[in-house]
Design a protein around this ligand. Structure first.
Ligand SMILES: Cc1cc2nc3c(=O)[nH]c(=O)nc-3n(C[C@H](O)[C@H](O)[C@H](O)COP(=O)(O)OP(=O)(O)OC[C@H]3O[C@@H](n4cnc5c(N)ncnc54)[C@H](O)[C@@H]3O)c2cc1C
Length: 482
């Protein structure tokens, strides 16, 4: 029985038994294979659907044969990416009554907050709704530092737990360890399914509305949307940084170097490092006290790394981890109060500041931020400055410095910037929304990603209930966050 089933699955994977099922742009050929009995891979016994293919003569490509992809779930709203934007999108959709599925690549929810060990939530002070709920939970359940900072300086482990509780409590179906690798659109160019890869093999997920919260805009790219990357056609992006947790310091003795003490603390720490012969690749190293002898440290930049190149990201991660350890060892050699400094953890995911900015129905610009844009369909009001971490070790191009000098006036993030210009049932939230390089350097912070996610999730659910497309929905600014 098992052997024959194995054979059957293998031949199904090569496509020899079936009429083809379109997994590229085009109709899903529902029913064409209805006469066939196909078993999904067995997650208990470890059965898989095998891949077969043919190496092309050039050796540069392998043609994978068409194969069946089991449908793992059908929801009303499918959220891809469970970072700050994604959890808010899923929570808002589920609380609005939509059957909601959340897919996340890491082994936890929270994105850069948790897998990235961020420890600071910026531009959140004026936000209500889900952002306020999270801050309250992190503050009430967190350390005295979390309380003193209204939850904006938080413990990433507690954040993992809080986010899981909130999402489970809202009835969201969650699958971690799952990477979105493909998307299927229909003849109207609307998304029909998302394809994932995980320990369960390749899976398909159906939904009515899709929200790209992958940070890098992976889903929108797979759906064929247009996008921009970086400052110019050369795609220069902000550097990546690997965050670390540190211990072995006395918070009173190192107080002058703590970011929450005063902004000059970063410069002080940099000078201390230089005196000790340490030359960090990030010239504004940031040390934060979290709780009970645990600190967070951001002290490195990896320049010129593409968010879409797994090999380059891997190398950047290895370089950055080496640099973190070298810096900590260098600080230890200074002696008291650094004599016992040690690394507790480095982030599982190097912090990626920039990926794709997906073309939306409105593109937020640097000029909008300078002017303090007011928009009738605002989902949030942001205040964070232009924050472009040096594109290269030597610094930033003039255009960036000019904008930085002109400064940001509190501005609205418009709902249409969350709507794909090309795929009607696709929304975006977080750092992959529609905007230019300079605007992104401000709106990308997590105090804005959360209200964007909340708006996208609410709009997705409401548009289903009203039987209209998200772009036909009139977003009511009255909700919150302005
Ligand atoms: C080093 C660093 C320091 C920063 N400092 C701060 C700070 O102090 N405060 C602040 O507020 N902001 C800070 N930012 C900015 C901020 O973290 C990001 O812009 C923010 O995380 C945006 O949230 P997001 O949900 O859009 O993206 P992310 O946090 O990146 O979340 C995206 C999620 O999607 C998942 N994902 C990605 N691709 C896929 C896929 N194909 N399939 C499935 N899942 C996928 C990821 O695993 C992740 O969980 C910093 C960023 C970096 C990199």
């Amino acid at each position: 029985m098992t052997a024959s089933r194995r054979l059957f699955l293998k031949s199904a994977a090569t496509g020899t038994l079936l009429a083809p099922v379109t997994l590229l742009t085009g109709n899903l050929a529902r029913g064409e294979e209805s006469a066939l009995v196909v078993h999904p891979p067995d997650h208990k016994t470890g059965e898989v659907i095998r891949t077969t293919g043919e190496l092309l003569p050039t050796g540069e490509f392998l043609r994978e044969e068409r194969r069946l992809v089991p449908v793992a779930g059908a929801s009303e709203v499918l959220v891809c990416g469970g970072g700050p934007a994604g959890i808010a999108a899923a929570l808002a959709a589920a609380r609005s009554g939509a059957k909601t599925q959340l897919l996340e690549f890491a082994g936890c929810l929270g994105g850069v907050w948790t897998a990235g060990l961020l420890t600071k939530i910026l531009d959140a002070g004026n936000k209500s709704g889900i952002m306020r709920e999270i801050l309250t939970a992190l503050s009430e359940r967190g350390s005295h530092v979390a309380k003193e900072t209204d939850g904006t300086v938080y413990d990433p482990e507690l954040a993992k737990r809080v986010l899981e509780e909130m999402c489970v409590g809202a009835g969201i179906s969650i699958q971690l360890h799952t990477l979105v690798v493909g998307a299927v659109t229909d003849e109207r160019n609307r998304l029909v399914a998302v394809i994932t890869e995980s320990k369960s093999g390749r899976q398909a997920w159906l939904a009515e509305r899709f929200i790209d919260c992958t940070g890098d805009g992976d889903l929108a790219a797979q759906a064929g949307c247009q996008f921009d990357v970086g400052l110019s056609e050369n795609c220069e992006c902000q550097p990546m940084s690997l965050m670390a947790l540190i211990t072995g310091l006395d918070p009173i003795e190192v107080e002058p170097y703590l970011r929450e003490t005063e902004s000059a603390a970063k410069q002080r720490l940099y000078q201390l490092m230089q005196k000790a012969g340490i030359n960090p690749s990030y010239k504004a190293p940031t040390l934060r006290y979290l709780h009970d002898g645990i600190f967070s440290l951001m002290t490195n930049h990896e320049y010129g790394v593409s968010a879409f190149d797994a090999g380059a990201i891997s190398q950047a991660t290895i370089n950055a981890r080496k640099e973190v350890f070298e810096i900590v060892e260098g600080l230890r050699k200074i002696g008291e109060p650094w004599a016992r400094i040690a690394v507790v953890a480095t982030a599982e995911q190097i912090g990626v500041r920039e990926g794709r900015r997906i073309k939306g129905r409105y593109a937020l610009t640097g000029a909008d931020l300078v002017a303090g844009l007011r928009h009738p369909q605002a989902v949030a009001r942001a205040k964070f400055p232009f924050d472009v971490h040096a594109l290269e070790l030597s610094g930033n191009p003039d255009v960036v410095e000019q904008y930085r000098k002109r400064g940001v006036k509190a501005y609205d993030i418009p709902y249409p910037a969350l709507l794909s210009a090309e795929v009607d049932n696709l929304l975006m939230a977080g750092r992959c929304i529609s905007g230019d390089f300079l605007a992104h350097s401000s709106y990308r912070v997590t105090g804005n990603a959360v209200p964007m996610g909340e708006a996208a999730g609410t709009a997705a659910a409401q548009s289903i209930a009203q039987r209209i497309m998200p772009y036909e929905l009139e977003w009511k600014t009255a909700r919150s966050n302005s």
